[in-house]
Design a protein around this ligand. Structure first.
Ligand code: HEM
Ligand code: HEM
Length: 400
């Protein structure tokens, strides 16, 4: 069970091999995920792959905590060849680097997952998010850079580590590999001295990896492009109807992904409204810059050819006739033109007018199939059919 100065106990060996297996599995899953094209055929498999990846990775983190506690209360087996100074320092540096890896890798992954919304849940019941990590595309992007760079460090460290183990087994035949495999003894206890260089070198290495996204400007992700679109003045989009000028507002959509809602919004859109308070009748024309959509971590997929096809259809429009139902309750009956399809849509909303200011909030539910969106996603397993649309705005009465 326990370590001595010359052997690894069963518990230390259990941690070593279990974590090694899980970490290597996750590397492979991460690589497969990274190299799988994103389209309708692969979407479901990718969700499953990333859910498994994240679940394994989080397990590595918890095992790593236990492993370090165990290593702290146990004697550390001595280097087998302390007289080979450089080799011992290299081996120990790699050990420390690998200890760092089993924390940095899963934590950076978990930060990506916490900062983005709605993609491939961790398969466990204890919640998905880390405290202190806000939903932020920028944070997800930075953690992604750390995660990707850490993977490179791990390739190198594992390659050297395994090469070293094989050298000991095949060339030196000195029992170092057997010590970790079967708990055999190797080395002489007296000659062990603690060296500060290996942990320091590993610390500098991981410090550099963590500092990387703060120091090196990252290439812009799709989110940054959407933010740029947000800066386009809203009023450029549509010719105004006379009557009311929209001051500000929001237009959001929510769709179920693997059964869990993902909500996003259009940064750039406008509504032109004419409305007669006496009769409660009017008309509304909404123009939406589809390229300004952000939808959690699936922005890119949503903007892609299978859904909003924002490259080909940069705007969507809704034109409707407003009528008052009763009190504040209104309806706009009209058509929505999206990805070249024009479909009848009724928007239900509440409208209150207070002096010069009108406040409106409402929504509707669309069926993505009516627009031929996500035709490759024939059932609701990956992407739900229903798209909830919600909008809120305040408008100012136009001067004469
Ligand atoms: C032992 C732990 C882990 C290892 C070895 C690992 C490895 C990898 C690798 C090799 C990639 C491909 C990265 C690239 O080439 O840029 C990747 C991607 C990813 N991993 Fe991990 N991972 C681990 C833990 C986690 C955890 C715990 C989570 C989340 C809870 C996670 C979430 C992700 C995500 C979301 C991606 C896609 C990243 C992106 O597209 O920016 N990983 N991982
Ligand atoms: C799959 C191939 C692997 C082999 C053949 C292997 C082999 C070994 C051997 C023989 C030792 C003992 C060295 C000694 O007694 O001085 C060792 C220690 C160690 N290995 Fe691995 N290993 C492998 C994968 C990994 C991976 C993926 C990790 C990543 C976490 C890892 C982390 C460590 C650490 C941290 C130690 C030092 C343990 C300590 O003294 O506290 N190994 N490995």
């Amino acid at each position: 069970m326990f370590n001595t100065a010359t052997r690894y106990g069963a518990i230390a060996r259990f941690f070593h091999w279990t974590i090694a297996l899980l970490l290597l599995t996750d590397l492979v899953l991460g690589l497969i995920g990274e190299n799988t094209p994103r389209n309708a055929e692969t979407a479901g498999q990718l969700q499953t792959l990333y859910s498994v990846h994240k679940t394994i990775g989080v397990s590595v983190l918890f095992l790593a905590v236990l492993r370090v506690i165990w290593a702290l209360v146990q004697p550390r087996p001595v280097p087998v060849h302390p007289e080979r100074k450089a080799e011992t320092i290299l081996a120990e540096t790699i050990h420390w680097a690998l200890y760092g890896a089993i924390f940095v890798m899963p934590l950076s992954g978990w930060v990506i997952h916490s900062a983005e919304s709605g993609f491939a849940p961790i398969l466990w019941p204890f919640g998905q998010n880390l405290p202190f990590v806000p939903k932020s595309d920028e944070i997800a992007h930075m953690a992604g850079a750390v995660h990707g760079l850490s993977a490179l460090v791990i390739y190198a460290a594992v390659a050297l580590h395994v090469a070293g183990a094989l050298k000991h087994a095949i060339i030196d035949r000195d029992g170092v590999l057997a010590r970790m495999l079967s708990g055999a003894e190797a080395g002489t206890p007296e000659r062990h001295r603690f060296a500060a260089l290996p942990p320091l070198a590993a610390l500098v290495l991981w410090g550099g990896v963590l500092a990387f996204p703060f120091v090196v400007p990252l290439p812009e992700g799709p989110e940054a492009m959407a933010t740029a679109a947000m800066e386009t003045p809203v009023a450029e989009l549509a010719a105004e109807l006379s009557g009311w000028i929209v001051q500000d507002g929001s237009l959001s959509i929510s769709v179920k992904q693997m059964g869990a809602p993902v909500t996003g919004s259009f940064a750039n859109w406008t509504a032109a409204i004419a409305y007669d308070e006496a009769s409660g009748v009017g008309e509304v024309s909404v123009t939406i810059d589809t390229t300004s959509l952000t939808l959690g971590s699936v922005t890119q997929q949503a903007l892609g050819a299978e859904f909003f096809n924002a490259e080909a259809y940069k705007t969507a429009t809704f034109d409707g006739e407003i009528s008052r139902l009763d009190g504040a309750r209104h309806q706009a009956v009209g058509t929505l033109t999206l990805v070249g399809q024009t479909v009848p849509v009724t928007l239900d909303f509440d409208l209150t007018i207070d002096g010069e200011t009108a406040t409106m909030s409402g929504g509707t539910t669309l069926d993505r199939r009516d627009f031929g969106m996500g035709a490759g996603y024939g059932d609701e397993a990956t992407v739900g059919f229903a798209v909830e649309v919600a909008t809120e705005l305040t408008a100012q009465r136009a001067g004469d």
